[in-house]
Design a binder for this molecule. Structure first.
Ligand SMILES: Nc1ncnc2c1ncn2[C@@H]1O[C@H](COP(=O)(O)OP(=O)(O)OP(=O)(O)O)[C@@H](O)[C@H]1O
Length: 299
């Protein structure tokens, strides 16, 4: 398990991480979402022990991560801006990884080689951006990490490779109980992959929930009534957002399905549809809740 307790990270006197708490269960895939500049990369670097927090605690399996080689050899971080040694070929970079990560799996390296079709003797900086990202995943997965942290991981990968890599990750989670932390602006991708999500805004975690709970707790409700109604109709509903188009109300409402139904039905609506929100919609409304507003986004 990864535990982040009351973590503050300051850069130039500013709290880039502002008393962050989070927990990531072993064998789960956790999606870290947030606005630009929210602190996601800083949090990933803190969790993987690349940088040290000013206060608070970051532990993996109850051990501090920073300057802890026995934990770090079980953690791999793929940053959004990839780094490879200049002039290193895939083969040379693999040798470096082999020295860094004692559980390096050479057989897996050769198997993935056949599946990715990249020349191991070619200098990595001669590869395209997407090919370099393939190399990053290739090396990361052969290091057999127990904890894999990914920052905007699928940027620049074609759909076929993306699917392939996602299935390898899911396989490692299922078979080896690998824990994955993924930060991404591609919410569709996160929605498909993650068990739990956290939303970071201005250095604070504003939401942290299992994805299923998050989705069952907020709905898009479309309503119309035969006669003009007063606001009393909406009493008892936790409305996050509301718009009226003609005679139809479109509302975003917090609460479970039955609870919302029980509040609405007594008012005899002639139209009453309730739909789950996509993760992208949930994200937008949660951000609106912290005044990161975008008006008239209801579809
Ligand atoms: N080395 C640095 N020096 C100064 N400020 C920094 C540094 N690294 C990060 N920051 C600041 O910290 C804040 C958080 O940055 P971070 O890269 O963690 O955000 P992010 O959530 O990953 O953003 P994005 O989604 O845009 O990639 C930003 O305001 C950024 O300017």
């Amino acid at each position: 398990m990864i535990q982040v307790q009351d973590v503050v990270k300051k850069i130039e006197k500013e709290n880039i991480l502002d008393h962050v708490h989070l927990q990531i269960k072993k064998g789960s895939i956790y999606g870290l979402l947030g606005s630009n500049g929210a602190g996601k990369t800083t949090l990933l670097k803190t969790i993987t022990g690349i940088i040290k927090q000013n206060s608070g605690e970051v532990t993996i399996e109850e051990q501090g991560v920073f300057e802890n080689p026995s934990i770090k050899e079980r953690v791999v971080f793929i940053p959004d801006a990839l780094f490879f040694f200049a002039h290193y070929s895939v083969k040379q970079m693999a040798q470096f990884y082999q020295n860094m990560y004692p559980r390096w799996n050479q057989e897996r390296f050769e198997r993935i080689h056949q599946l990715l079709d990249l020349d191991i003797n070619r200098k990595i900086n001669r590869f395209s951006k997407g090919m370099q990202r393939q190399v990053a995943f290739w090396l990361a997965l052969c290091a057999m990490p127990d904890y894999l942290a990914l920052d905007e991981p699928f940027d620049g990968l074609d759909a076929v490779i993306r699917q392939k890599i996602k299935s390898w990750i899911i396989q490692d989670v299922a078979e080896r109980d690998m824990t994955v932390l993924v930060s991404s602006h591609n919410l569709k991708e996160v929605e498909d992959l993650c068990d739990a999500v956290g939303i970071l805004h201005k250095g604070s975690l504003i939401v942290e929930k299992d994805l299923d709970d998050l989705k069952s707790d907020i709905h898009k409700v479309q309503l119309a009534f035969k006669e003009e109604v007063t606001d009393a109709v909406f009493d008892g509903l936790d409305i996050v957002h509301q718009e009226k188009r003609g005679s139809v109300y479109m509302c975003i409402v917090r609460g479970d399905y039955e609870q919302i139904e029980d509040a609405i039905i007594p008012h005899h609506p002639v139209v009453f549809d309730m739909l789950p929100l996509t993760l992208e919609e949930i994200f937008i409304y949660e951000m609106e809740g912290v005044n990161y507003a975008i008006d008239n986004i209801l579809l």
